[in-house]
Write a protein that binds this ligand. Structure first.
Ligand code: M6R
Length: 610
């Protein structure tokens, strides 16, 4: 996904700082990169399709030095990935240059207007170039005023960074529905779409809000609201470490993050537990009356976070006896759903910047719902726009394939469900305490599963050339199947498919033949016999079955080619463990197929466009 970095300082090191910042954003996924610097009253721009290393090759020249500049990594939305479409973009006489994340919805209209009334000739297919021309026509020596006038005409969701050849000591940035921060240095200041881009240089940050414009010089950062009034903003101190975003000895971030799950889960749990085992919702104002007043919970998310929502539904319905709907954010926002002031709306998002999830949240808010979000990134848009936030405390997740965010999201959903159930009096103290003890034991049990990595690697080696894989399960196992299937397809590019096991015989079983690989999740004691019947059905058609079951349920061995056993635990919490072998399997299959594990093709870590 697109990334923005901007720098204004005293030393001629803008190029180095910006390139370093862009590299920190590489994990988000991108298809081209570019940089523009103010040099001797002109703006010099270099941009290139492909990796940042390509860009570095073309800016190797020593004269590309400046105190002020902006850089960008692009993930194509308007116009194919190409040198011309890469950012930054400039106006006709190259005096105004812009980097941009997001989409300008009325860019076609603006483009026509600029063409007809001002004779503008466009060089790229992007919506971004429109912004540069627009600012250019309003510019008369005051960049801030020109940007304000341009913004009045722009519709859409965006963050932009702008420089002007005539004002090399100034940089202007705007946020509207796309992330933007300003970093406070000494004798220098920064802008970025994401905090990690700046952590090598600063820890003091201004979080920019929607419809705000920032004007930066090397010594000063001024934030203005949409009425051009100066805004006072508290400094946000970043406490997490940039090193937390490094690979820590693993070949890939994904494997590092898989192994970080026991720690992440422990953190998520213990931050919410008092000494006596009671769940504390510090910072979340949800009273007994509030909970009793909810007649419905709506969980909305995308991708892996949506899969976490499916497990959340099972937990809330069972423990709190409140009906739950789970929806994909991009569907919810256009459905006119039944949401009102008695609805608890739960948005789940690792990044907190997923545009569809954010839009769904706003939709629900408009309809009066109470908004609780489950988010990993502190200070992200979803977090800021929610009434309450339940942080996942997974730490930065860099690999595009989500692993530790998923399991910590599950942990949050269990805690929310338990809290609601206990507050409403649906579950008794004994069951509640047993559940909490079970959750406390999960980090160790998960470690036991991680210790089986070598066995799972062998299974991956055996099956890595399959071109089709199925995942089946019943109850919460079907929700985990969806996640296992997504993990495999997104990083190994194998066609995988997940289905509730009971649905197989209503059509999909037609695809099962000699040698078809099927992961059969059979972790639910009360559904174990039923699952065995489903497994027998597909085994009779020649499928290779990899069973996943608890240690006590050994009958599965007779029907499976391989079995991965999970430590004994309550049926309710098996998703926290059952997903782990599927993550490791996907990882090794992708590795054996020489795929780009941390940055799979066509995917981005944070999807900030529709
Ligand atoms: O940041 P979010 O949790 O809102 O992201 C939602 C999805 O894009 C994300 O979960 C995606 O499906 C995963 N990266 C897949 O592993």
């Amino acid at each position: 996904m697109c990334g923005i970095v901007g720098y204004i300082g005293t030393e001629n090191n803008a190029k180095e700082v910006i390139i370093e910042g862009l590299k920190r954003l590489e994990y988000r996924g991108y298809d081209s990169a570019g940089i523009a610097l103010c040099i001797n009253g002109k703006i010099e721009t270099r941009k290139h399709v492909g990796e940042i290393s390509n860009l570095e090759k073309i800016i190797g020249d020593v004269y590309f030095e400046s105190t002020t500049g902006i850089g960008h990594t692009r993930w194509a939305t308007h116009g194919a990935p190409s040198d011309l479409n890469a950012h930054p973009h400039s106006n006709s006489d190259n005096t105004i240059t812009v980097v941009h994340n997001g989409i300008i919805e009325n860019y076609v209209e603006l483009r026509e207007w600029l063409r007809e009334d001002y004779g503008v000739k466009f060089k790229s297919d992007t919506d971004t170039e429109v912004i540069a021309h627009l600012i250019g026509i309003y510019y008369d020596g005051d960049l801030y005023q020109a940007v304000c006038r341009a913004v009045e005409q722009m519709r859409g969701a965006y963050a932009i960074g702008v420089i002007a050849a005539a004002e090399p000591d100034k940089m202007v940035a705007v946020r509207k529905d796309a992330p933007l921060v300003a970093g406070i240095g000494e004798g220098c200041n920064f802008i970025a779409s994401d905090i990690p881009a700046l952590l090598k240089y600063v820890r003091r940050i201004f979080l920019i809000e929607n419809n705000e414009t920032v004007v930066l010089t090397k010594d000063d950062i001024k934030i203005y609201d949409e009425h051009q009034k100066l805004v006072r903003r508290d400094v946000f101190h970043v406490t997490w470490d940039a090193d937390a975003a490094e690979k820590g000895g693993y070949d890939h971030f994904m494997m590092k993050e898989i192994h970080e799950q026991p720690k992440g889960l422990d953190e998520t749990l213990t931050r919410r537990l008092d000494e006596d085992g009671d769940i504390n919702l510090d910072g979340i104002s949800m009273t007994k009356e509030d909970i009793e007043g909810f007649n419905k919970v709506y969980i909305v998310a995308c991708g892996t976070a949506y899969h976490a929502g499916l497990v959340g539904k099972a937990a809330i319905e069972k423990l709190a006896k409140i009906p739950v709907e789970v929806d994909i954010a991009s569907e919810f926002r256009y459905r006119d759903p039944f949401v009102d002031d008695k609805t608890l709306f739960i948005a789940i998002s690792q990044s907190g910047e997923t545009l569809d999830t954010l839009a769904a949240l706003r939709e629900a808010k408009k309809k009066g719902a109470r908004i609780l979000s489950v988010v990993n990134v502190v200070g992200s848009s979803v977090a800021r726009e929610s009434d309450d936030v339940f942080y996942t405390w997974a730490g930065p997740e860099i690999a595009v394939a989500s692993t530790k965010a998923y399991t910590t999201q599950l942990m949050c959903m269990y805690l929310i469900a338990l809290y609601m159930g206990r507050t409403k009096g649906v579950i008794d103290k004994e069951y509640y305490s047993r559940f909490i003890e079970e959750l406390r034991g999960i980090p160790d049990k998960l470690q036991t599963v991680l210790n089986r990595e070598a066995d799972i690697e062998q299974i991956a080696r055996k099956y890595c050339r399959k071109e089709q894989v199925f995942f089946i399960g019943r109850g919460v196992d079907s929700a985990v199947s969806y996640e296992g299937s997504l993990k495999l397809k997104e990083i190994s590019y194998i066609n995988s498919f997940a289905i509730a096991a009971g649905e197989l015989k209503h059509g999909t079983i037609a695809l099962i033949e000699e040698g078809t690989l099927v992961f059969a999740l059979a972790t639910q004691d009360f559904l174990f016999e039923k699952m065995l019947s489903n497994i027998k059905e597909i085994q009779a058609r020649g499928a290779n079955i990899v069973g996943i079951a608890k240690e006590g349920n050994r009958e599965i061995e007779q029907e499976s080619s391989e079995v991965i056993y999970l430590p004994e635990c309550m049926d309710e919490v098996t998703p926290l463990l059952a997903v782990v072998p599927l993550q490791i399997f996907a990882y090794y299959v992708a590795k054996f197929r020489a795929c780009n594990i941390d940055k799979p093709k066509n995917l981005a870590k944070s999807v900030t466009v529709e």
